[in-house]
Design a protein around this ligand. Structure first.
Ligand code: 5CA
Length: 442
C-alpha cells in the first residue's frame, strides 16, 4: 500500500478526552474515530488489525472443535421474554421498535437466539455435542463508555456456545475453550491469566475471566505470580483425546481471582508472601458453564430413554475482539507510539523514502516496494512529500515491526537502513539482504 493513496489521518496533538495510552494512540495513529460515545468508525489501519485478530481467533476456535456461523445483530424481544432475561437486562439493552410496532433489540449477547435456533434441530443425545461460534457486533448501553474500544457501547465479540447431553460433556466443552483461550491470547504475545470470576447477567456456577495485566485495567486481581510464567499448550494439543480439565489444573490449581470472588483469607493461606500478586487487569475473555439456565425455561430438551426429557447442558464463551486491540497496545507501546506484535501488525514493514522526487531514491524505493509485494510481505510505502522527521515520527507512531529507510546517503554505497521498531536497532544492509531478512525469519 502506498501511503499517498491510503487513508491514515494521524493526529499530532494528543486528544484531550483520551485518558489511557491505547485510546490516545489509537486516535493519534488514525485507527479509529469516535462517532458518538462508545461508538467508533474503524479506519483502515484499525480495521486491518481487527481482521488480523479475527483470523487468529477463528483458527484457534476451529482447532478446538467449534464451528463458525453468523447470527444477526437485531433480535426479537420475545426471545428474551422466553428466557426471562428481557426485564433483568435493564438499561444496558438498546430496545428498538420496527414499523409494525414489533419490539426488537440490538443484541448484547446471543444465548437466547442460539438456544432457540439449536433446539429446533436437537432431538436426541445423538444430536449433541454441538459447538458453535460467531464473530458479531454487540451493543451494550454502558453507563460509562470509556477508554476508547476498551469499554465501548458497540463492540466486536467472538461468542461461542456449546450444547451437551450431560454435565461431564459440558465440562469437556468448557475446558476446550479454556485451553483455546490460553493459546489465542499468547498468539498476540499477551499473558492472559484465567481467574475465577463472577457470572453477572450471563449466570452459571463455573466461570473464568481471562485478564491481561496492565496498570490501566479496570479490574483488580489477586493471584499467584507463578501463573505469569506458565507455559502454554503447543500446536500439538489434541482437543479430542487429551484430558483438558486435567491440563487446565496447571492454572486452576493456583490461586487467581478477580475482586468479586477474592477471598483474602484463602489468598494468604494458599500463596506464600513472595508469590502474592495484587495488580490490575483487562478482561479480554470470559467463559461460562451455566448448565440449563437457558435450556430449561426455553424448553430446549433432549429425549432420552432412561430419564425422559432432559434440558441441554450449555456454556458460552466470549472474547472482546475490539477490546483486545486496546489491551495489546496497553502492553506494547513506548513514548513514540505503538509496537505491534508481528501476528497482528497491520503491515509488516514500512518503507520510508527520505527524498521523494530524487530519481535514485525513488527508484530504489519502488524496487523494494515491488519486491515486498511479490514476496507476500505486507508493506506500507511512505511515498509522500513530507519531511523526513515527520515520516520517522509517523512510522514509529503506527508501530509496524520493521522499517526500511531509504535516502541519498546510503544509496551511493547501495545500503538501506533496516530498523526494528521494538528495539530501535538499525542495521545497514544491501536492499537484497534487507528483503531477504524480511522474507526468511527476521
Ligand atoms: N455471552 C457471554 C459469553 S459469549 C458474554 O457476553 N460474556 S461477557 O459479557 O463477559 O463478554 C465477553 C467479552 O466481551 C468480555 O470478556 C470483554 O472482553 C468483551 N466486552 C464486554 N463488554 C464490553 C464493552 N463494553 N466493550 C468492549 N468489550 C466488551
Amino acid at each position: 500500500m502506498r501511503l499517498s493513496r491510503y487513508f491514515l489521518p494521524t493526529l499530532k496533538e494528543v486528544p484531550k478526552e483520551a485518558e489511557i495510552a491505547s485510546h490516545r494512540l489509537m486516535l493519534r495513529a488514525g485507527m479509529i474515530r469516535q462517532e458518538s460515545a462508545g461508538i467508533y468508525s474503524w479506519l483502515p489501519l484499525g480495521y486491518s488489525v481487527l481482521k488480523k485478530i479475527e483470523i487468529i481467533v477463528r483458527r484457534e476456535q476451529d482447532r478446538a472443535g467449534f464451528v463458525e456461523m453468523l447470527m444477526p445483530t437485531i433480535q426479537p424481544a420475545d426471545l428474551w421474554r422466553f428466557s426471562g432475561r428481557y426485564d433483568d437486562y435493564g438499561k444496558e439493552m438498546l430496545r428498538i421498535q420496527d414499523r409494525h410496532q414489533n419490539e426488537m433489540l440490538y443484541g448484547p449477547t446471543n444465548e437466547e437466539m442460539i438456544t432457540n435456533l439449536f433446539k429446533a434441530t436437537a432431538r436426541s443425545y445423538r444430536d449433541v455435542p454441538k459447538r458453535l461460534y460467531h464473530i458479531q457486533w454487540k451493543f451494550r448501553d454502558e453507563l460509562r463508555p470509556r477508554f476508547g474500544v476498551m469499554r465501548g457501547r458497540e463492540f466486536l465479540m467472538k461468542d461461542a456456545y456449546s450444547f451437551d447431553y450431560d454435565v461431564a460433556g459440558a465440562r469437556r466443552s468448557y475446558y476446550r475453550q479454556f485451553i483455546a483461550y490460553l493459546r489465542i491470547f499468547s498468539s498476540f504475545g499477551l499473558k492472559a491469566i484465567p481467574m475465577i470470576a463472577d457470572t453477572g447477567p450471563i449466570g452459571g456456577d463455573l466461570s473464568h475471566e481471562f485478564l491481561v495485566l496492565a496498570n490501566t485495567g479496570e479490574s483488580s486481581i489477586f493471584c499467584d505470580k507463578a501463573l505469569i510464567g506458565q507455559s502454554i499448550p503447543g500446536d500439538n494439543i489434541d482437543y479430542e483425546r487429551e484430558d483438558l480439565e486435567e491440563l487446565a489444573k496447571a492454572w486452576t490449581g493456583k490461586y487467581a481471582a478477580t475482586e468479586e470472588k477474592h477471598d483474602p483469607y484463602q489468598f494468604e493461606s494458599e500463596v506464600s508472601p513472595d508469590h502474592r500478586l495484587t495488580a490490575r487487569g483487562i478482561e479480554v475473555g470470559h467463559i461460562f458453564y451455566f448448565g440449563s439456565k437457558y435450556s430449561e425455561p426455553m424448553r430446549a430438551f433432549l429425549q432420552t430413554r432412561e430419564k425422559g426429557q432432559v434440558p441441554l447442558q450449555m456454556g458460552s464463551y466470549g472474547i472482546g475482539i475490539s477490546r483486545l486491540i486496546g489491551a495489546i497496545i496497553e502492553v506494547f507501546h513506548d513514548e513514540s507510539g505503538i509496537i505491534w506484535p508481528e501476528s497482528v501488525a497491520p503491515f509488516h514493514v514500512g518503507i520510508i523514502n527520505l527524498k521523494q522526487g530524487d530519481t535514485g531514491v525513488d527508484s530504489l524505493c519502488e524496487r523494494l516496494y515491488a519486491q515486498c509485494l511479490s514476496t507476500g510481505i505486507e508493506v506500507l510505502y511512505d511515498d509522500t512529500g513530507e519531511r523526513a522527521g515527520s515520516k520517522f515520527k509517523n512510522m514509529d507512531l503506527i508501530g509496524l515491526p520493521w522499517q526500511l529507510i531509504v535516502g541519498p546517503n546510503g544509496l551511493s554505497s547501495n545500503l538501506v537502513e533496516f530498523k526494528h521498531r521494538l528495539t530501535g536497532a538499525i542495521e545497514l544492509l544491501s536492499p537484497e539482504s534487507a528483503i531477504n531478512k524480511l522474507v526468511h525469519g527476521r
